[in-house]
Design a protein around this ligand. Structure first.
Ligand code: COA
Length: 662
């Protein structure tokens, strides 16, 4: 039977020993006292039983457990005849060095000596062994709890050989883990460095009073898809651990400024779940319960503001050749359970936007860690801005843009942008624009979901659209006006029944026909500077492209009357309050917000989105029971699609679904 040794039977150590035992190794598990080993074995047994209940281990629990041999305080005896040792003792360099020098003395000459340290330098640890063995010393960083977390960071010290890296990757694979390689033993490696940046950003934002902790967590959870949010995760991990790792990284040269809210919690010994209170309160020490973090709390928070420092860190790791782009993203996805890696997110946000945000951070704090990494600046200078230009950290299908007489149409991966482009006329809707909109919508609807999943309509210049082009009204007959009105109504109905979501980005004036167009979209996101209204009354007529119908349905009959009777323009903030727009954002963030919302929708099953849109839009116009029948029918139809199989099976396999729209 192959042999391994695990030194230290704490949370990490006993979990690692369990993995070796499951993989068929005889494992010597060492700790300083019998009682620690006893407790460790009890924990392993409990965990193995859980695996057995789910059918996730092939042998019976006792057989596996019997392969773990407890050894009290004798590293030398434990490493006799082993292929590999993993050290997981306290994070104290002297204690670790002692373990390594003893292992060096007693282990077979070709045995690999790995450390599970999360904060100490591998090179220094390896200097505790004879020079001839230093190429066999390596970092093997598991995540808590080791039996469940799929990632191991493999860290090279100064002396570690490539052969050792290869072998450790093989060992990790036998333990059922995926690996990433960290080429230099920088403090925090990949995952903890990136996590530290998000924690700091979250904490500084709260400390400066720009947002509450719930708002920050809500934005991270609901907008970025990060499972726990920064503050809940710190509470869950233990704020003492966060402080400890942070201090250790700081001492080793990680540029950072400890955030007062975290330091305070450590001083007050409010460590999170374990002590019953951290950033949130828990029912009792050690008892976790999800804190209340409403989805709406994060509405106002720009999540890219929280993510930009993490992207900066990832750019540093890449530029310094510490890890490959794929490994950086993989480490964060597997180690922190993010839906996307920081470099993938950066490409979506736009590298220019990331740099701009970092400059804001730099200016606000004066801290050099927010200085945009030279790699990011270089990418901006060479036009590699991410998805929107077809190249960022990764390459994408290039965006295609075509200019019509009144519109710009831009195809980015997954998104079609229709940009109203008559800025000199405030994008007034002319007959030509109506004609071109029809054509473009036709074209989009015929495209495969691989190409376009979401449509965004926005405008150039100061206006989204200041309404129907009034010059076309001069000298018109009642019948031609009736026909014009119907034409616009039908065009907007076409948007309402388009088979994919349409988001309107209100970049400025959204008046008359402009607002009627916006109200036919599935969502409206407005720049802070936008102004909305139905001013037709001031010209002697009434809204003629759906305004008298859609506005009352959106904001209520009498509020709609107020807007239509007075013709007043209201600012975006008030429109948001009335529910006339879904959300308001700073003007310079509108494009990014539109893109990020569209990208989120683009990951959903396209046919289910279409069915939901139809059930809602048409169902709402019918008596409720007809709406119900419609809903049931649409629900049923979806069970003929591959996407349902993909969605349900991915859920059961705990992986991210890839919907195809089939
Ligand atoms: N149709 C045709 N042209 C329009 C227009 C419309 N709906 N809205 C604006 N324009 C033109 C203006 O006539 C002006 O053209 P000019 O430069 O040849 O004079 C140009 O766009 C810029 O508008 P202007 O009025 O100079 O800008 P402003 O900043 O002073 O005011 C508005 C902006 C939106 C308040 C104002 O243009 C306005 O009230 N527009 C009409 C809104 C309306 O009633 N819409 C409903 C029509 S059904």
């Amino acid at each position: 039977m192959p042999k391994a040794a695990v030194i230290g039977a704490g949370t990490m150590g006993h979990g690692i020993a369990e993995l070796f035992a499951i993989a068929g190794y005889e494992v010597a598990l060492v700790d300083v006292a019998e009682e620690y080993l006893k407790r460790a074995l009890q924990n392993v047994e409990w965990s193995l039983k859980k695996f057995a209940e789910k059918g996730q281990v092939k042998e019976d629990v006792q057989t596996i457990l019997s392969r773990i041999k407890p050894v009290v305080n004798d590293v030398c005896r434990a490493v006799e005849g082993v292929e590999i040792m993993v050290e997981a003792v306290v994070e104290d360099i002297e204690v670790k060095k002692k373990v390594f020098s003893e292992a060096d003395r007693c282990a077979p000459p070709n045995a690999i000596l790995a450390t599970n340290t999360s904060s100490l330098p591998i090179t220094e640890i390896s200097e505790a062994v004879k020079p001839e063995r230093r190429h066999l010393v390596i970092g093997m960083h598991f995540f808590n709890p080791p039996p469940l977390m799929p990632l191991v960071e493999i860290i090279k010290g100064k002396y570690t050989s490539d052969e050792t890296v290869k072998k450790v990757a093989e060992y990790a694979a036998r333990l059922g883990k995926q690996t990433v390689v960290v080429n230099k033993d920088v403090p925090g490696f990949i995952v903890n460095r990136i996590l530290a940046r998000v924690n700091e950003a979250a904490c500084w934002m709260a400390a400066r009073g720009e947002a509450t902790i719930q708002e920050v967590d809500s934005a991270l959870i609901y907008k970025a898809g990060i499972p726990m949010g920064a503050f809940i995760l710190m509470d869950f991990t233990g704020i003492d651990v966060v402080c400890f790792i942070g201090d250790a990284m700081l001492k080793r040269g990680f540029k950072s400024h400890p955030c007062p809210l975290i330091v305070e919690k450590c001083q007050q010994k409010k460590f999170g779940v374990k002590s019953g209170e951290g950033f949130y309160k828990y029912p009792a020490p050690g008892k976790f319960q999800w804190p209340e973090v409403p989805k709406s709390a994060g509405d106002r928070i720009d999540v890219s503001y929280l993510l930009a420092p993490a992207v900066n860190e990832a750019a540093y790791l890449l530029r310094e050749d510490i890890a490959t782009r794929e490994d950086i993203d993989k480490a964060v996805k597997l180690g922190l359970n993010w839906p996307k890696g920081p470099l993938e997110l950066a490409d979506e946000i736009g590298i220019d936007a990331v740099v701009k945000t970092l400059e804001e951070w730099r200016q606000k704090t004066g801290y050099e860690e927010y200085e945009p990494d030279p790699l990011l600046r270089e990418m901006v200078a060479s036009g590699k801005l991410g998805k929107k230009t077809g190249e960022g950290f990764y390459t994408y299908v290039k965006a295609e843009e075509k200019k019509l007489e009144t519109l710009i149409v831009r195809y980015e991966p997954g998104i079609a942008w229709i940009i109203l482009n008559r800025p000199e006329r405030l994008n007034a809707i002319s007959p030509k624009m109506v004609e071109e909109l029809w054509k473009v919508l036709d074209e989009i609807e015929q495209l495969d979901y691989d190409k376009v999943r979401v449509v965004i309509i926005t405008g150039t210049g100061r206006a989204f659209s200041a309404g129907a082009d009034v010059t076309a009204f001069m000298g018109a007959t009642p019948i031609t006006i009736f026909k014009t009105s119907r034409k616009l109504q039908i065009l907007f109905e076409r948007i309402e029944s388009l088979d994919r979501p349409v988001i309107c980005g209100l970049n400025g004036y959204t008046l008359g026909g402009g607002l009627e167009l916006a109200m036919s979209c599935d969502f409206r996101i407005a720049a802070e500077t936008a102004e909305l209204g139905q001013p037709e009354i001031n010209l002697g007529f009434i809204p003629g492209a759906g305004g008298t119908q859609r506005l009352p349905r959106l904001i209520g009959r009498d509020r709609a009357k107020e807007l239509i009777f007075t013709g007043d323009r209201i600012p975006a903030r008030e429109a948001e309050r009335l529910g006339l727009v879904n959300k308001m954002v700073p003007a310079d963030k509108l494009e990014q917000e539109l893109r990020s919302f569209a990208n989120k929708l683009a990951e959903k099953p396209p046919l289910a989105l279409a069915m939901a849109k139809y059930a809602i839009n048409f169902g709402l116009e019918a008596p409720q029971w007809i709406g119900m029948m419609l809903e049931a029918a649409q629900f049923g139809i979806l069970f003929s699609t591959e996407d349902v199989i993909e969605g349900v099976s991915s859920f059961l396999q705990k992986k991210k679904p890839q919907f195809k729209g089939r």
